[in-house]
Design a protein around this ligand. Structure first.
Ligand SMILES: C[S@@+](CC[C@H](N)C(=O)[O-])C[C@H]1O[C@@H](n2cnc3c(N)ncnc32)[C@H](O)[C@@H]1O
Length: 256
């Protein structure tokens, strides 16, 4: 399934049309973390691979933060700007369309929260993401990531079929341990339930079907349907129950 003719951003835009969060976290679990953060008005946040900007929009609405969202998808950036204009028009939040790996803040170590949820490939994996976020978070700031983890050893057939390697992810303990090795202090983890995962995956099936009904003549349709059928098979045969997902919150240093 590594063969892509359709524009990737178009594909993800179609399959995530109904998602507010483009990851398997429920909105209530995200809200739990937001409540714990206790960010104050004027706090600065950067969200790398911000998707449709839901994290930043919630933080702007509830805590009055300012900051930056970075994403490579033009669809996501357009959605994020629209969402912010509707929900927190006064917020000083900028959305930038660029490769998150190339983002450089105006001031180093200046963000009260630096996040990257569900896109650790941008920095070469979980450890690389934690290092990159540590570099831009303020000395006592938060580092916030979302990362898959193996619940059990994956079936080799699963790895082959989905072009994954065992080394791509750690287990849940490993995700926290790697952060500790990088000098971060673990504060909280919100693990997605089976229901959270099901909703995230199955909403993609639903929206792809809606799109097919509304756009029967789109020349990309056969590829969209083929990719969705592949994803569905992977999820139902192996991934469900093998791969977990959590939001992980860390503090950059032990002292505030
Ligand atoms: C799984 S989604 C997560 C989005 C968002 N963080 C959320 O949780 O709702 C991955 C995101 O990474 C973005 N992305 C992929 N490669 C990127 C890159 N090199 N730089 C910045 N964003 C990237 C995609 O456009 C997509 O929005």
């Amino acid at each position: 399934m590594s063969d892509w003719k359709i524009d990737r951003w178009k594909f993800y835009d179609i399959t995530h049309r109904r998602h507010m969060l483009c990851n398997p976290t429920s909105l209530s679990k995200l809200d739990d973390v937001i409540a714990l953060l206790g960010l104050e008005p004027g706090a600065r946040v950067v969200d790398i691979a911000c998707g449709k900007g839901e994290l930043l929009a919630r933080l702007a609405e509830r805590c009055g933060v300012s900051g930056v969202g970075v994403d490579l998808s033009p669809f996501c950036i357009a959605d994020a700007r629209k969402k912010l204009a509707e929900r927190a028009p006064q917020a000083k939040i900028e959305f930038v369309q660029m490769d998150g790996a190339k983002y450089r803040p105006q001031r180093p170590e200046s963000f009260d929260l630096a996040s990257c949820i569900g896109a650790s490939w941008v920095f070469g994996g979980h450890r690389g993401t934690l290092r990159a976020l540590k570099g831009i978070a303020a000395p006592s700031g938060y580092v916030f990531v979302g990362e898959p983890f193996w619940i059990k050893e994956p079936d080799p057939e699963h790895l082959k079929f989905d072009e994954l390697t065992r080394e791509m992810f750690a287990d849940h303990y490993g995700n926290v341990r790697i952060a500790e090795e990088e000098g971060l202090v673990p504060l909280y983890a919100a693990v997605s339930s089976g229901d959270d995962w099901d909703r995230y995956e199955m909403l993609q099936w639903f929206t792809a079907d809606e799109y097919a009904a509304a756009n029967p003549n789109d020349p990309d349709l056969p590829e969209i349907q083929e990719k969705m059928a592949h994803a569905r098979e992977v999820y139902l045969r192996w991934q469900r129950g093998t791969l977990g997902w959590a939001l992980y919150l860390f503090r950059k240093s032990a002292s505030r």
